[in-house]
Design a protein around this ligand. Sequence first.
Ligand SMILES: CC(C)(COP(=O)(O)OP(=O)(O)OC[C@H]1O[C@@H](n2cnc3c(N)ncnc32)[C@H](O)[C@@H]1OP(=O)(O)O)[C@@H](O)C(=O)NCCC(=O)NCCS
Length: 165
Amino acid sequence: MPLIAQNIQIRPLSKNDEPFLREMLYHAIFVPEGAQPPPRDVIRNPELSRYVNDWGQPGDDGYVAVIRDKPVGAVWIRLLTGNDKGYGYVDDETPELSIAILPEYRGQGIGNALITYLFTEIYERHPAVCLSVSEENPACRLYRRLGFEEIQNDGTSVKMIRKLI
Ligand SMILES: CC(C)(COP(=O)(O)OP(=O)(O)OC[C@H]1O[C@@H](n2cnc3c(N)ncnc32)[C@H](O)[C@@H]1OP(=O)(O)O)[C@@H](O)C(=O)NCCC(=O)NCCS
């Protein structure tokens, strides 16, 4: 496992990580400042659960940041097509990226390290990745710094693509 900073390591996501991935899916939901977080079971909504259901399908890929054996965040990609198109859908070849870091570990460079690591692992298999993010989400700044470009903006959410070749 590569060491990205003192005590922080990155390892691939496995099928056994699905429960952790569900937790990360919940933490990936943008909650504007002052707003109430949604109930935990919101991730049972099929529009969200399709990002993690039956994790480990062909094409699924992702990485976990671990501090002293504790998983603290994850980045993952999945191709969501047909009737299952994700919020960031661009085309049938571009997987969608999702990411979350546990709240108490945010703002320390872990998200940046996870995405950068993912890119080095997947660039030979995928020409690009896409995502959808709320325009108000501070994560937009991180994505832009990492080379994501805006391709659609409906005034609430922004669709972005990051070319990998
Ligand atoms: C977005 C997120 C994955 C970034 O990981 P991180 O380890 O906190 O980020 P890093 O420390 O590597 O980089 C800092 C950047 O992350 C973003 N960021 C930091 N704290 C954040 C927070 N609480 N919420 C959202 N984005 C945040 C900002 O863009 C920040 O850049 P800035 O300093 O210019 O404002 C993480 O903050 C998070 O899980 N946020 C909540 C879930 C979320 O918004 N997921 C993305 C959905 S599209």
